[in-house]
Design a protein around this ligand. Structure first.
Ligand code: HAM
Length: 424
């Protein structure tokens, strides 16, 4: 029987062509986050399964989608399905509550969920996320929402929508749930079995359902903000007025409740119509009880995470240009006897931060130029007998075919002059 070495279902290779998008998004995110004084944190890809069982016990992510395994020491471990639980764990483990300022952290990396793969939904996917830990002030909610808006707009995305809602605090939750039950009670028998079960156990989650018939019953749902305690109402109103103040466009969506179950107060999502079924790029919200529930000090926090794959799909869909890679110089030795000299030129250019590729298999002009074009090099340095004799190389601009003769000693200078600061 032959072995199966195929790519595991729901995973993908990210090839060099694609990686420019990844780098661009990662760099932009890092840049925006640092404008708000968020600093990077890296935590392990696997954690004790208990961590996720504790933090997101009610959601499908833990019930059905966790990649769990037992290691050789009989530890029950899980590949992280999301970042927030890990960051909360790290906050406790490293006593970050003792830090002088509240912790503003960001992270990036692979997450794992055993979901049914489809466009925009994978088993290994990548998130970039932020967690602002240690303040219950609505400024923090508004700050992370503003930061996400700034990130998506500076990437050039169009038509993204921010939806926000409040799921209230622990004290509001029963009131909200009672309202939902009251509103749907007369239509209960029309709902699917799954929804009836939610009606009983976790009515808030009903709102999140994509069930078509449910949507018709939900129209006319009363303003859920009325069910919030005064304190939660004030909190939410403050977030809204801050966003208004900064002209951040958002829409109040009373049915927004999010899949993970640690949220309190503000929840939000960034969606795009251009993405099809998996239209949520970014999700987040406040989680005031999570760190305490894990045995840490009472520490309110708020954050979000977005999916790299979905974001990049959207960049492509909207044909948003990303920065070109740096200029590439191809060096062509026309004969084996000139390869050593070419090597010196290459290293000298690299010392000056210019990207260089050199190929030793080709020794004729036609072979070189074909390869240089295939590699999408920008310039080709030609070094053959003529150049050796005259102590000048020919430098060809591969875009416009213009060619210059440049003395050996002037090569670096030549590129520095034409590239200016553009290549660094
Ligand atoms: P989440 O809504 O589960 O939230 O995931 C956030 C984003 O990750 C989604 O909007 C989506 O773009 C991406 N995503 C999720 N699952 C998949 C998948 N299977 N394939 C591709 N992309 C996916 C969280 O994970 C929370 N930890 C966010 C958060 C941070 N809340 C507070 N702080």
């Amino acid at each position: 029987m032959s072995m199966d070495y195929s790519l595991p279902r729901g995973t993908q290779d990210i090839l060099p062509d694609e990686i420019n998008y990844w780098n661009h998004v990662e760099q932009t995110a890092k840049h925006i986050f640092s404008l708000y004084n968020f600093n990077e944190i890296r935590t392990p890809i696997f954690e004790s399964s208990n961590l996720f069982n504790r933090v997101i016990s009610e959601s499908d992510i833990v019930k059905k989608e966790m990649y769990t395994f037992t290691d050789k020491g009989n530890r029950e471990l899980a590949l992280r399905p999301e970042g927030t639980a890990s960051i909360a764990r790290a906050f406790i483990t490293n006593n970050l509550s003792r830090a002088p300022q509240h912790s503003k952290l960001f992270y990036k990396g692979p997450m794992f969920r055993y979901e049914r793969p489809q466009a925009g939904r994978y088993r290994q996917f990548h998130q970039i996320g932020v967690e602002s830990i240690g303040s219950d002030h609505p400024f923090s909610d508004a700050e992370v929402i503003t930061m996400s808006y700034r990130l998506f707009t500076s990437l050039g995305l169009r038509n993204v929508k921010i939806y926000i809602n409040s799921v209230g605090s622990d004290t509001c939750r029963p009131v909200i749930e009672a309202r939902i039950k009251q509103f749907l009670a007369s239509n209960l028998s029309q709902l699917s079995e799954n929804l009836q079960e939610k009606f009983k156990n976790n009515p808030l989650k009903i709102l999140d359902s994509k069930d078509e018939t449910l949507q018709t019953y939900l129209s006319g749902l009363p303003d859920m903000r009325e069910a919030l305690s005064q304190q939660s109402k004030d909190h939410f109103n403050f977030v809204i007025s801050y966003l208004d103040h900064l002209n951040i466009p958002f829409e109040y969506k009373p049915t927004l409740v999010r899949g993970l179950d640690y949220y309190t107060e503000t929840v939000f999502e960034v969606v795009s119509e251009d993405l099809g079924a998996q239209n949520s790029i970014c999700g987040g919200g406040r989680y005031n009880n999570l760190i305490k529930n894990l045995g840490g000090p009472h520490t309110p926090a708020v954050g979000f995470a977005f999916g790299m794959e979905r974001l990049i799909m959207l960049l492509k869909k909207q044909s948003i240009p990303i920065p070109k890679r740096p200029v590439l110089v191809y060096i062509a030795a026309l004969g084996k006897e000139y390869q050593m000299e070419c090597l010196n030129i290459a290293e000298k250019l690299r010392n000056n931060m210019i990207n260089v590729t050199i190929d030793y298999s080709k020794v004729d002009f036609n072979g070189h130029i074909k390869l240089a074009q295939k590699m999408q090099a920008d310039y080709m340095i030609i070094f053959g007998e003529k150049e050796f004799e005259s102590k000048q190389v020919s430098i060809k601009n591969l875009a416009n075919r213009h060619q210059d003769d440049v003395p050996f000693a002037g090569i670096t200078n030549y590129f520095q002059t034409i590239l200016g600061d553009a290549h660094v």
